[in-house]
Design a protein around this ligand. Structure first.
Ligand code: COA
Length: 391
């Protein structure tokens, strides 16, 4: 792709920047939500000017395309000649958005700028390759090697159960990974489990009242799942062992799921007085048919890796003895494929579903917020936390 200078990219939305004379002080952008207001959009346009570093050609093209789509709708320019590299790249980026609604383009623009603003403040931004060490925490490890950002559930003594802090760490990790120099992002777990799902003590250990914990939990869960719905690069799960709850339901939002034959897939929502999350109430019936989805989501049937493969939840199953070697060799090869092509293809696959997925996510979170306050759920959680210790 022809080099595109940053100053030139700034000129890609000149009319709006000139018309809206907003203060140049650092502006606060509201958190990403489903519907960015015109004011959010204008703030984002201004925020772009304040970025501390050049976000690179790819991101600039994306900003340009989203800006054009948000303000003018689908691409209406004649296709530039093949040797007019810069304009051809811009045209391609805009045209690739197809009939994306103006409102969605505006939202995506705001989200992209918001992620750039926060990631440009992160110390890891700007490095590349194996040198890069993204920010993580002791329970969520983030490493970067061979074009792959690896996010590891790292709480093996608790079977990698996800605490509120870990949800936040993952949201941030995905935000950074969406604009880092790596080609794909991979989730896996440390120890014998992939992940045992939501930490069931998240609510019992909350400091405020249970209503407040449920309400905060629902907002956090919605943001968490949104960051998977919107993740722009290939997203792969390397399921090294048993997976429970949200670590299973999320798999419907991944692009590929590789599992050890030791892995199992369990969503005991009814047993816990809860209901499905991570869009599984939509993705699972679509993927495996309503009857098989009901066995998992209503009756809590635990699937073996091969059963999960037969239902379309898992891409491929590997023998435990060769799992790590085979999967990582394959992923390193995939990470050498042209990144733009993969991103564009992913966007094509995902874009017609995005709005639906966001709506499903919002509804599931509202439902869960009520379930968390139900007697059925409170009793189930209390009986888990008060289990007799093993001798
Ligand atoms: N939330 C909180 N703590 C969890 C947890 C979870 N989801 N999953 C495991 N743990 C903790 C256990 O309490 C235990 O802690 P302790 O050593 O302080 O007692 C530790 O992890 C090891 O788990 P343990 O139950 O002893 O191991 P196991 O091999 O017998 O069973 C599980 C593993 C995952 C089957 C079992 O812990 C379990 O059912 N966890 C709950 C899973 C769940 O319902 N998740 C939510 C779905 S919506």
């Amino acid at each position: 792709m022809a080099a595109v200078t940053w100053s030139r990219a700034r000129c890609w939305c000149p009319s709006v920047l000139q018309v809206f004379r907003l203060p140049v002080a650092k502006l606060h952008l509201s958190r990403p939500t489903m519907r960015a207001s015109q004011q959010d959009f204008e703030n984002a346009l201004n925020q772009v000017k304040l970025l501390k570093k050049d976000p690179g050609n790819e991101v600039k093209l994306r900003l340009y395309a989203l800006y054009k789509q948000a303000t003018e709708g689908p691409c209406n320019m004649p296709k530039p000649g093949v040797f007019d590299f810069v304009n051809k790249a811009k045209w391609d980026a805009w045209n690739a958005l197809g009939s994306l609604p103006k409102e969605t383009a505006r939202q995506n623009y705001v989200d992209l700028v918001s992620s750039l603003s926060s990631s440009s403040e992160a110390p890891s931004q700007g490095k590349s390759g194996a040198d890069e060490k993204a920010q993580g925490s002791k329970d969520i490890l983030i490493t970067s090697e061979d074009g792959i950002t690896k996010i590891t559930f790292n709480r093996p003594t608790k079977k990698n159960a996800i605490t509120f802090q870990m949800y936040q760490d993952i949201i941030l990790a995905l935000k950074n990974a969406s604009t880092d120099n790596n080609i794909m992002t991979v989730f896996t777990g440390t120890g014998d489990y992939y992940c045992s799902g939501n930490d069931l003590t998240n609510f019992t250990s909350a400091t405020g009242g249970i209503e407040e914990a449920a309400s905060n939990g629902a907002v956090l869960l919605r943001d968490f799942v949104n960051s998977f719905i919107d993740f722009p690069k290939p997203l792969v799960a390397v399921v090294n062992g048993p997976a429970v709850g949200i670590s299973v339901t999320l798999l419907g939002l991944f692009d590929a799921v590789y599992a050890s034959d030791r892995a199992t897939f369990h969503t005991p929502f009814s047993q816990l007085g809860q209901s499905p999350e991570a869009c599984s109430s939509y993705t699972f019936p679509k993927m495996m048919g309503p009857a098989k989805a009901a066995e998992m989501l209503l009756f809590g049937k635990k699937l073996t890796a091969r059963e999960a493969w037969a239902q379309g939840l898992v891409t491929e199953v590997f023998p435990e003895s060769t799992f790590e070697t085979e999967v990582w060799t394959r992923l390193k090869t995939y990470a050498k494929l042209p990144p733009n092509s993969m991103k564009i293809s992913k966007e094509l696959i995902r874009k017609n579903e995005k709005e639906k997925l966001h709506a499903v996510n919002a509804e599931e979170c509202t439902t869960l917020q009520a379930r968390w306050l139900s007697e059925e759920c409170i009793n189930a959680i209390m009986s888990f936390v008060s289990r007799k210790p093993k001798l």
